[in-house]
Design a protein around this ligand. Structure first.
Ligand SMILES: [Fe+2]
Length: 369
C-alpha cells in the first residue's frame, strides 16, 4: 500500500520557493491575497518582485487532491489475473497434447484492448507492467499489453487488436516443448541447444495448427516474432514485406520486455539503454514506425510512483510531462518541525536539471541478445 501524504495549511518561507516550480496550490500573502495561482510556474520575475517587496513567508492554500497521486493501472489487475488463469489452462491442455478452445482468452483480449483504448494517460506506464515478476506467463502478458498500446498509437482497427493480443499472448508457446534445462541455462548455450531454442516459433505454429482453430493472422505472430526486417532474424530470415505488421509490433514489445526483465543469464537493463537499443535498431532490424510509435509514448514513471533523487530524498511523481516523460513533475517527501510528513511544492524536473532520479537498476549489466 502506497503512502499518500497530504499537506494541510502551511507557512512557506520565501527560501523554499524556486524558479521553475509549478505550484500545486494557491500562494497567498499574509492578508490572504492570491499572489500566484495553483498550476502557475514560479518565474524569475516573480522572485524578483517578492524580493523587492520584502516578503519573508507565504501561506499555501491547499486543495486536498492528493488522492490523485494514486497510481493508475494500464490494464486492471483483475483482467490480468483472469487472462493469466485462462492462458495457464490453454498451455496445460496444449502441453498434454490436447485440443483447446481459445474462446475465453479471446474475451480477455477484447477486455484488455478496451482498457488500453480507454487509458487516459498519454504515456505507457511501463515500470508498473514490469513490477510483477519475470515469469514466462507474465512476460507474455506484458508483451500483449505493450503490443496493444503500440497498435492503439498506430491506429490499428479493433479486429487487428484482437488478433494481435491473442498472438502476443501465445508468442512463446513453442517454448513449452523445449526442455527447461536448455531454456533456463545460465551459461552459454551449445550450438545444438541454440538451434533448438531457435525453433520455438515453428513449434508454436505446429501446435496451434494441430490443436486450435485460430486464424492464420494470429498464428503468424508466434511464427514470425523473431524475424527481423533486414532478414537477420530467425527462423526463415524473412524481410519486412513478408513479416506481418502484427508480428513486427510483437517483435518490438518482446525485445523491450525481455531486456527490461531479469533473465537467468543476465540482469535487466536500465530503460534508457533499452530505448537506445530500440532506436539503434529502428529501420534495420525493427520496424521504425513501430519503434517510433512506442518510444514517443513511453514513460518510465507514472503518477504515484515513489522515486529516489540524487539528493538522497524520496519523492512522489505527481504528473507526467508528455513532452519529456523522463523528467516528470514530482513532489519531495518532507517533514515539518513537528515531524509530520508532507509533500513539497511540485518540482518540474524539466526545469530542475541538476536534480536527477536515481535508478535502482544495475547500470553495469549489458545487452546479451
Ligand atoms: Fe520468443
Amino acid at each position: 500500500m502506497r503512502e499518500i501524504y497530504r499537506i494541510k495549511k502551511v507557512n512557506i518561507p520565501v527560501s523554499k520557493l524556486e524558479v521553475g516550480e509549478v505550484l500545486p496550490f494557491n500562494l497567498l500573502d499574509s492578508r490572504e491575497r492570491v499572489l500566484l495561482k495553483r498550476g502557475q510556474v514560479v518565474t524569475p520575475e516573480f522572485m524578483e518582485r517578492i524580493k523587492e517587496e520584502g516578503y519573508s513567508s507565504f501561506l499555501a492554500e491547499i486543495w486536498e487532491e492528493d488522492e490523485e497521486l494514486v497510481a493508475r493501472e494500464d490494464v486492471s489487475l483483475e483482467t490480468k489475473k483472469k487472462t493469466l488463469e485462462n492462458m495457464q489452462e490453454i498451455l496445460e491442455d496444449l502441453s498434454q497434447g490436447k485440443s483447446t478452445s481459445v474462446v475465453p482468452l479471446r474475451h480477455n483480449v477484447s477486455q484488455m484492448a478496451e482498457e488500453v483504448k480507454a487509458h487516459k494517460e498519454l504515456v505507457i506506464p511501463l515500470i508498473q507492467l514490469k513490477k510483477h515478476d519475470d515469469l514466462t506467463f507474465t512476460h507474455s502478458l506484458n508483451v500483449a499489453v505493450i503490443s496493444l498500446f503500440i497498435a492503439k498509437f498506430l491506429g490499428l482497427k479493433d479486429e487487428e487488436l484482437a488478433n494481435l493480443g491473442l498472438g502476443a499472448l501465445l508468442h512463446d508457446l513453442g517454448k513449452l516443448v523445449i526442455p527447461p534445462e536448455i531454456l533456463n541455462k545460465p551459461s552459454k548455450l551449445s550450438e545444438e541447444e541454440y538451434e533448438i531454442i531457435q525453433k520455438h516459433p515453428l513449434f508454436a505454429k505446429n501446435i496451434l495448427d494441430e490443436k486450435t482453430q485460430l486464424p492464420e493472422k494470429v498464428k503468424e505472430i508466434p511464427l514470425q516474432h523473431h524475424e527481423r526486417i533486414d532478414g537477420s532474424g530467425y527462423l526463415f530470415h524473412l524481410t519486412k514485406k513478408n513479416i506481418s505488421i502484427l508480428s513486427r509490433i510483437v517483435a518490438v514489445a518482446d525485445v523491450y520486455e525481455a531486456l527490461t526483465s531479469n533473465r537467468p543469464y543476465r540482469k535487466s537493463l536500465p530503460i534508457p539503454e533499452v530505448i537506445e537499443y530500440l532506436m539503434g535498431n529502428a529501420g534495420y532490424k525493427l520496424d521504425d514506425k513501430v519503434v517510433g510509435a512506442f518510444i514517443r509514448h513511453l514513460s518510465p514513471y507514472q503518477v504515484g510512483d515513489l522515486i529516489k533523487l540524487s539528493t538522497g530524498e524520496e519523492a512522489v511523481v505527481s504528473r507526467i510531462n508528455p513532452i519529456l516523460p523522463f523528467r516528470p513533475i514530482i513532489r519531495i517527501k518532507k517533514r515539518d518541525e513537528q515531524g509530520n510528513a508532507y509533500l513539497s511544492l511540485e518540482i518540474d524536473l524539466s526545469y530542475s536539471l541538476t536534480l536527477t532520479i536515481i535508478s535502482e537498476i544495475d547500470m553495469k549489466s549489458r545487452i546479451n541478445l
